[in-house]
Design a binder for this molecule. Sequence first.
Ligand code: F3S
Length: 286
Amino acid sequence: MKIYTADEAGFCFGVKRALNIIDRLHESNESIEIYGQLIHNNTVLNDLKQKGIDYINDLKCLDKNRKLIIRTHGILKSDEEFLRDNKVSYVDATCPLVKKIHRIIEKVNSTKNKILIIGNSDHPEIRAISSYAENGLIVNSVKELDVLKYNEPVSVVAQTTLDSGFFKMMISEIIDRVEHIEIFNTICSATIERQEAVRKLAPKVDFIIVIGGKNSSNTKKLYNISKIINENTFHIEKSSELNDTELQKKFRHFSSVGITAGASTPPEEIEDVKVFFRNFKTEKES
Ligand code: F3S
């Protein structure tokens, strides 16, 4: 089996930064807990748990004897105010690119503009972003734009992991509906690079393996982009899923695999998948 890896895959700088923050605190014997899942990857979360670093989902469960780490996706503005008002000891591991969106929104709040936030309203990053907006609206489909009024100016931001093609399509639909628009392309560079890399790789190989958490937004986007180009696209969380006999039957007919991974996928998981395919015998090879 010929193995190709996407030019950009796996951990982004925001995830590396958050893990470095935790490593430093852990090495200095600081007792820590995380507010929410640090990132959407079970291997990483389990590794942290083994080091005694767990996460809480509710500030009511806060252990004031521990330092609190804020997840990469950010938290609600009201939660951050609660931490400050109650003098909770915390370190903010929110990705700076997410923080930048909070700052953009705070500036737009002083204008008359409605803030359109393109993204998934269930995702913690979008919940946090929208909590900063005084006049905000989360939209994730063209249908949801029907409420816009032509003479109401809008400022637009995007979820950092949005599909860039979807963002362009939504912008052109918004332009048709309003007189004044201010656009902030807040899709992060790591997302764009990974999406471009899979667009390049998917047509060149027989099948694509996308590695990453099943609830990881950027991994799911990589899967969707690849699936449109190459229908033989498979999303796995870890290499052990490749032991599935039905999957292996399919793989045996192929001779080249492309591998990509979401921004929260550790390098060891990518390596495990490569090792699996190095040892895998295709029909022609057996
Ligand atoms: Fe930050 Fe983008 Fe990663 S927003 S956490 S660099 S996917």
